[in-house]
Every structure is written in C-alpha cells, then in structure tokens.
Design a protein around this ligand. Sequence first.
Ligand SMILES: NC(=O)c1ccc[n+]([C@@H]2O[C@H](COP(=O)([O-])OP(=O)(O)OC[C@H]3O[C@@H](n4cnc5c(N)ncnc54)[C@H](O)[C@@H]3O)[C@@H](O)[C@H]2O)c1
Length: 441
Amino acid sequence: MQISVIGTGYVGLVTGACLAEVGNDVLCMDLDAHKINRLKQGDIPIYEPGLDDIVKRNIAAGRLRFTTDVVESASHGAIQFIAVGTPPDEDGSADMQYVIAAARAIGQSMQEYKVIVDKSTVPVGTAEKVRAAIQEELSKRGSKLKFNVASNPEFLKEGAAVDDFMRPDRIVVGVDDERTANLMRALYAPFQRNHERLIVMDIKSAELTKYAANAMLATRISFMNELAMLAEKMGADIEQVRHGIGSDPRIGYHFLYAGCGYGGSCFPKDVQALQRTANECGRELKILGAVEAANESQKKVLIAKIAARFGNDLTGRHFALWGLAFKPNTDDMRDAPSRVLIKDLWERGATVTAYDPAAMHEARRIFGNDPRLMVADSSMAALEDADALVIVTEWKAFRSPDFAAMKSKLKAPIIFDGRNLYEPRDLRAEGIEYFPIGRSA
Ligand SMILES: NC(=O)c1ccc[n+]([C@@H]2O[C@H](COP(=O)([O-])OP(=O)(O)OC[C@H]3O[C@@H](n4cnc5c(N)ncnc54)[C@H](O)[C@@H]3O)[C@@H](O)[C@H]2O)c1
C-alpha cells in the first residue's frame, strides 16, 4: 500500500519504518527540514533500539522515503497517518494546532479518495474536527473528493517501540464505515499472523481508549509511590508489598514499581488532557487529580532525602547522577524526573556530574553548557569526588555495579536510589549508606 506519515517523531518514524518493513511504500513527512535531511542520509535523530537497522534497510530497498513537501505527501498515500505532536496547551488540554494543520494540508492538496488516520493521541471528538478541517479545505477548492477519517491510537513504548509495533498486543481502530475497517484490517494483517489483535470500535471510544490506558498506568504508579512513602514511615518494605499484591492475578506485577515519579512525553500530558476533556463535559476525574498531585510530590522525594542527609544548603556539594532519560532505552528527557532533581540541586548550590547511556546529547541540548552540569563518559567516571550517587533511571547497566570500585571513587559511600535497584541489606553489608524509596534501608 502507499502510505504517508505526517510527523516523523518517535511515533511517526517507528510507524513509517515498520510499515515499510512489511512491504508498504512509505513516505514520511515532517516540517522540520533538519530532521528530514538527517533521515535522508540514514542518520536517525532518536535513540530507539532496532530502529536504525529497519530505517536503513528500508531506505536502501526504496520502500521508505522522507520529505518536507506537504503536497508530495498529500498525494502519495492512499492512507494518510497523522502522527504529529499534541503537546499540552497552557491550560493542560491537548494543543491540537499541529493535528489540524496536518489535516488542512491534506485537504488542500489531495487529488483522490483518501483515508486519514489519527495516530497522535487526541481528545475525544478530534476525528470530527479533522474531518471538518479537510472538508473546509476541499470546499474552498470547489472539490467534491471523498475521504474517510479513522482513529488508530498508538500504544508503543519508547525503548521497545519497534518490538511493540511489529508484535503488538492489540491494535485499536476506531471507524464509522466498513470500507475503512477492511482497509485497516488489510494494513495490519502482517502484524497479527498468529492471532487477530485488531479491536475495531467506534471512533470516540478509540480516542478515549488511549487516554484511559495511560491514565490507568499512571494511576498504578502514583498509587505505589504513595504506598511506598507510607511504608517508609511505618518501617514496612514496598518491594515485599509489591510481591504480595502483584501475585493476585487481578492486580498483576506490571507497573507496580515505586520510584521517584513518572515522566516522559505521554503520561503527564495525557493525565492532564483527560482531566481537561472531562471538565469540558462537566465531569471531574477526581482520581486523576490525585494521581497528578502525587506524582508532582514524588519528583521531590530524592531532593528531600538528600537535604535530610546533607542539610538544606548544598553549596559546595557535588553529586553523581546515573540516568537522565525518563526511562531506560530511550534518550527522551521530556518531563523526566532527572530535570526536576538537577534544578533542585542547583537551587541549593550543588553541582552535578551525570552519566546516561543514551541521553547525554539531549541533556546538553536542554541545559546548554551550564558549568553546574558536567557529563561523564562512563558510570564509574561520574562518581569521581562526588559526595553521593543519585540514581534516577533504571538502566540495566546500573543494576549490578562493582560496589568496591564505587566506594573508592565516591568521597563517601552514599547512594540515593530513585529506582530501588539494590537490596538494602546487600548494600549495608558493603558498608554503603543506602537511601531507596519505600524500603527500610
Ligand atoms: N512518544 C511516545 O512514546 C508516544 C506513544 C504513543 C502515542 N504518542 C503520541 O503520538 C503523537 C506524536 O508523539 P511523538 O512522541 O512522536 O512526538 P514528536 O515530538 O517526537 O514528533 C512530532 C513530529 O511532528 C512534526 N510536526 C508537527 N507539526 C507538523 C505538521 N503540520 N506537518 C508535519 N510534521 C509536523 C514535528 O516537527 C515532530 O517532528 C503525540 O500525540 C503523542 O502523545 C507518543
């Protein structure tokens, strides 16, 4: 099939590359000329395991191309995916200007029947707005061309995006006509050879499903974080509690880890946007308000522990930071807890040396060359002369370090662990002062 993907970010690039991998003829469009030029040379602007190979292979095979030309992309794909960003507006609602701009661009240039598919995470009712924007542009041209709009929210996880797209556990498709449903079934057939994973529903339900999924996951995290703080106060161990409740199949083990707060490009904005949508309908989602508030305070737990150990004034103190990305296997630092912690440490007069296997260039882009943030080229090098180590992201490479070597590099053997990577009693045996989340150290 001929496919255009509008917006070539995390979602658009993975979608385009994976659809090309199964034989489709894909054109990825983005307004960011710098990004598109890099991609044309096979240079991948994001860190995502496995993506590099797929992009290069499909460029070489002629199945994956990149452009900044709106007209070219509007005429190429029989299916037009909209995968542009939907960042939070000032009031927390999803900013729909990029989605609507993409829809208008399609309406201005399409020359034949098209199916427009919203892949971006968009509030309920967006498909209608996309339809109206395209229709308005067609009417301006005096065109009677037909088109259909579908919703196909994306559930990929950064860090495992290629795998999630190639082997999805579900594909949600919102449609209001059988022709589009069949087209989507055909498009996704190569990804579900083992058994049917396509869930076809009405458009509004599909739009809401995406927000519901992210809101539920964020809720589990905030719930565990609040319990962790309670466990700490009472001398209980949140890890043992996690085992105890996760073994109930109605609860399950996934997404039950206490830590220093959730971040990333999706949970914070989607939790906010869903509340805004509810408010607009005269409903209040009380649970999500609490989820958001709990997460904001959780991002402050590490600095509170550091201040309790070293005092409020951290002038002259220096900290090693392991992990900058909002989660492992990505270089994405959007809304990452590390950003809050770095600013908190700076405000109290401390300096930081950070190490992250993938996000160092992103940190430089965000913080510039601020001398209060240094980067090291290995986890061990980051520890040199630091007053303590603070762990913010649970990269696998941090799980089993050489504790003796760490002690020889740190000024004092102190670890604040925002991801509960180690067993408190093991660290005690190593002579390390250990501050995990929700565990009696
Ligand atoms: N990142 C994730 O893990 C993830 C997962 C599921 C869903 N989503 C959703 O998918 C959408 C995209 O997210 P992302 O992380 O890929 O964003 P992103 O910021 O990485 O990429 C968005 C891209 O769209 C481009 N763009 C903006 N307006 C455009 C236009 N009119 N025409 C062409 N290109 C345009 C931008 O230049 C940018 O490259 C969002 O709605 C997000 O909530 C993201």
